[in-house]
Design a protein around this ligand. Sequence first.
Ligand code: PAF
Length: 291
Amino acid sequence: MQIITTKQELQQMVTACKNQNKTIGLVPTMGALHQGHASLVRRAVSENDVCFVSVFVNPTQFNNKEDLAKYPRNIKRDAELLSTIGAQFVFAPTPEEMYSAEEMNSTFQFDFAGLDSVMEGKMRPGHFNGVVQVVSRLLYLVRPDRAYFGEKDFQQLAIIHHMVERSSMAGTFGSLQVIDCPIVREQSGLALSSRNERLSDAEKQTALAISQTLFRSLEWAKEPGATVAAVQQRVIDTINAVEGLEVEYYEIVDQSTLLPTDTFRHAIGCVTVYCGPVRLIDNIKYDADCH
Ligand code: PAF
């Protein structure tokens, strides 16, 4: 496995692969890799001739400087994991390599057709602008056939689909396919996240109530007379009743538009919860047999 730190070297490697007609899979990450990332990389390795993984804690998507400073980083451990699962190239640039000073402070606004005005977008102004800034840069540099993203960040995935669909009309990313990968959970149900590293053992135990409540809500949604508003509120109240947890939002929205919905059909519930100082997100898709 080769670790690349410059854009120039990255593009040389990509060109060499393209010249040999190799298909390319890209897995963008911010490092602190866990088995959720590993499942994306395994899939990219199995579906493409070559797999590139980017490891870059993207400063432009953090609206909270403390969160950026505390984001876990461990490139040595990440590289070990990636080499055992067969990724061929790791792109790990510095922020200065990735962006000019002007780009770092860019206030350019992408148009997300409202997908960014709810949930994470509302709570973290500028966040999705930063995500799309870095993801589009990586897609330009690597020109992959397939790019892999986890469904835990469901709103991010919806926004990336939107960005790629709009750009594909102009042929910007060729025949790129964005591949949605399901959430990977611990056996306990806790959704894997790099932020889990910041939880103490006790907090990790407390955090279990998040996924447990989401799974219980699938049953609540099937109760006679259940409404979206009532289930939404019941999830918020149940999680808030656990000492050490505080819900920032729980919204049941349509999976395509991310707008509030009054039916469980094609709906997804997205939650953000503070477990002590750590901000965790999770989501659950409601079944077709709910109301
Ligand atoms: O989901 C993430 O880890 C990041 O938002 C991404 C897609 C790698 C962009 O920095």
